[in-house]
Design a protein around this ligand. Structure first.
Ligand code: BG6
Length: 486
């Protein structure tokens, strides 16, 4: 974990917020129960509420019991919670950082490694970083100092660049960990293992064999109580710029020479550079019926809750292969799935099979909730001359029975402590993704060629326009992952 015996201290800015209760503390607690948290360790919450240590611990414990009851364990909680303390402070007040520093020096009793976690609203990212700098809490003579920055990282390309610049003025790039929790999902990580720990897929992973690639991230939840944030963001900022672009990079990038952060991130950067600017007439934007009436949504809001896009990658591997991306809220089901649809055989020699009866081979990487892989093959229907698609399936839940899938934050927090940034986004990666999405967002706002806002019914699979986007080239959206209950 650490190259020394320094205590590791997790400092959570915005400790009274939802993310701390819902994700960070359960992740740290689970790692502790598995014996993976570096010892000794401290968790320090920093927020404005007038709490003491006991009140903060109680709040976290109640959160665990309510939100992570499946992994809560009263016996282990007690020793774990002894490492938790609270420092009351205002994110914009310099003296409060000096008090925090004193608190940290006291609990660490000498040298200590520190992971600063920004679990706050993005408007505080810069003030926190600047205050840490002024308080002398960034220099690394008494242990390493790293910072984890939550999303959203910027609101557009210009603000993302400005944020990178401001953070990099105080922290070195190798101290900065920009988190995208999709990269911490086991099944997202498995994409690289699937591609590069096997020999049989990579030879066909290109324009010679692949007809098209589809990335689907649907959610059945609507904007709920997050309308205030969401109405300012919309689906492209909330899901495409980060999660979908990251999934795309894992599927489409060239093999890195190693699994080290710089190798992986260099390949991602190359991939993003090769993506052709998107055309507005190859995009779809939509709102679910009822969105405009949701509390916190502006009157006549132009914010899309759904988008679909067709994009192309200008390199040898992918020239001419369409990549289709779609994501939205208020849809029929939660499903994250990557489909690689292969080309049809060059010549069908079976007299009884017409082209239209024939389904191409489809490989589905099922990210969630049916974590696994499906491969659709054509098989001869017994006692007939016809074929029918059949499914070869791998499910994590049956192949790895004893191993539960850890939450993404568990892996990412431990990686940050280990100094492994391969699952975190580098400054150029974030900016490149914004560079691709920004023109779509602004084009939708003020370009006459923008597609009109479509409407879809809550509980459906999205607007007809998204079907039409693929139908133009005779294609359809594919869905092969099953639901865990099926
Ligand atoms: C977040 C978005 O980054 O990802 C949310 O802000 C979205 O709007 C969430 O619901 C989806 O994450 P997951 O892990 O539930 O698929």
């Amino acid at each position: 974990m650490s190259n020394n015996n320094n205590p590791t201290t997790f400092i959570i800015f915005g400790a009274s917020g939802d993310l701390t209760q819902r994700k960070l503390i359960p992740a740290l607690f689970n790692s502790y129960c598995k014996g993976r948290l570096p010892e000794p360790f401290n968790i320090v919450g920093f927020a404005r509420r007038p709490w003491d240590d006991a009140q903060f611990r109680q709040m976290l414990q109640e959160g665990m019991q309510e939100l992570a009851s499946d992994t809560y364990n009263a016996e282990k909680w007690t020793p774990f919670a002894q490492n938790i303390t609270y420092a009351k402070g205002d994110l914009s007040t310099q003296e409060d950082y000096l008090a925090l520093k004193k608190h940290l020096d006291e609990i660490e009793q000498g040298a200590g490694d520190r992971l600063y976690y920004l679990a706050t609203s993005p408007s505080f990212f810069v003030p926190i970083v600047e205050n840490l700098g002024v308080a002398g809490m960034v220099e690394q003579s008494a242990g390493w100092r790293r910072i984890v920055v939550e999303k959203p990282f910027g609101h557009d390309l210009a603000s993302a660049k400005a944020l990178n610049k401001e953070i990099q003025a105080i922290f070195a790039e190798d101290q900065i960990y920009r988190i995208d929790h999709y990269l911490g999902k086991e099944t997202a990580q498995n994409i690289l293992y699937f591609r590069f720990a096997n020999t049989i897929f990579e030879p066909v992973w290109n324009r010679n064999y692949v007809d098209n690639v589809q990335i689907t991230v649907t959610e059945n939840v609507d904007v709920g109580r997050r309308a205030g944030y969401y109405d300012q963001a919309g689906v492209v900022r909330d899901m495409f710029q980060n999660h979908l672009m990251q999934l795309l990079s894992l599927v489409a990038m060239e093999p890195p020479a190693s699994f080290k952060a710089e190798s992986v991130r260099n390949e991602k950067a190359k991939l993003f550079q090769a993506i052709r600017p998107l055309l507005l007439n190859q995009t779809v934007r939509a709102q679910y019926d009822g969105y405009l009436q949701a509390e916190g949504v502006a009157e006549n809001s132009p914010t899309p809750t759904y988008a679909a896009m067709e994009l192309y990658i200008d390199n040898w591997r992918w020239q001419g292969v369409p990549f289709y991306l779609r994501s939205g809220k208020g849809l029929k089901d939660k499903n994250t799935e990557i489909v690689i649809e292969f080309k049809q055989p060059p010549h069908l020699m079976f007299d009884d099979i017409q082209d239209e009866d024939f389904t191409s081979n489809i490989l589905s990487l099922c990210i969630q909730p049916d974590e696994g892989i499906h491969l659709k093959l054509e098989a001869k229907v017994p006692d007939s001359h016809k074929t029918q698609p059949v499914d070869m399936e791998f499910h994590y839940r049956s192949s790895f029975k004893g191993n539960s899938l850890p939450d993404a934050y568990e892996r990412l927090l431990l990686d940050a402590v280990r100094g492994d940034a391969s699952l975190f986004t580098r400054a150029d990666g974030i900016e490149a993704a914004w560079g691709l999405m920004d023109p779509v967002i602004t084009g939708w706002e003020n370009n006459a060629e923008a597609p009109p806002m479509a409407v879809y019914q809550p509980g459906s699979w999205g607007p007809a326009e998204a079907e039409a986007l693929l139908a133009r080239s005779g294609r359809v959206w594919r869905h092969a992952c099953s639901h865990p209950e099926e």
